[in-house]
Write a protein that binds this ligand. Sequence first.
Ligand code: FE2
Length: 304
Amino acid sequence: MTVLAHTRLDIRPLSVFTGAEIFGVDLRQPLDGDHVRQIRDALHKWKVVFFRDQHIDHAQHLAFAEHFGKPTYAHPYDAVPPEGYPQIRPISSASKTGRRGERWHTDVTGVVNPPIASILRANDQVPEFGGDTLFTNLAVAYANLSEPIKRLADTLWARHQFGGYNGDFENQTEYAQKVKANPIVSDHPVVRVHPETGERLLFVNPGFTRRILGVSEEESRHLLALFFEEIVRPEYTVRFRWQPGSIAFWDNRATAHQGPGDFAYLDVERVLYRITLEGDIPVGIDGRQSVPVIGAPFKALAAA
Ligand SMILES: [Fe+2]
């Protein structure tokens, strides 16, 4: 057993900036502290890490997540968790609400403390092809802005809300009704500082960011178009193909992600299970913290 505690995990990067696969660990077993450190370090470096052939159940998924933070309830509005696992959110390719993932987004940034990380796992029912997930790196997106645009972005704040850039939902789905009845809205710095790596992150996303504050609606639209285009440059992204037993674990402070809608055309339902870890409150480069506008923080479940 002590031998395992000192093994180096096999970490294989998938692109220059973003994403690495991790081999050499069995997630059916409890992790030792050294492996937790190695996985966390890889997560901070590569922003999203992937595991293959980890055929774990809900309890093992939860045990893995608890090494890295405190699991929240499944979702602020929208979840039918599996019996006995209120922290787990099933995401089905067949559900209409699942298709919201088609827009690039960072998870749950409508709340004042968006999750620090999400851990998404495939069960054994995965299409042979199609239904990939894309991830991008908000640190490199910021780092590669020109100096004048960085200086501008550093001063800006943005409003994030469920309903996102398009504002209120126009449709009448049950989800849209829940959002309208109980809006969740927060203001975040456009550039947040990662509390563990110190990196500056371009923290806006089309799924939740409604507008830039303190500028005209038209200026906001142009600024967001610039930032949204920047965060999804192909060279910052990685595309992950799901297989039975695959797991994606992303730093939700430093990434955005998207599920292209191609799975809607497949005749195989793909079910993924997600756990999110309670987030800290974002901090801008001047030390100011994000501010809730409407709605409660998204907290960890109290211990049973
Ligand atoms: Fe998501």
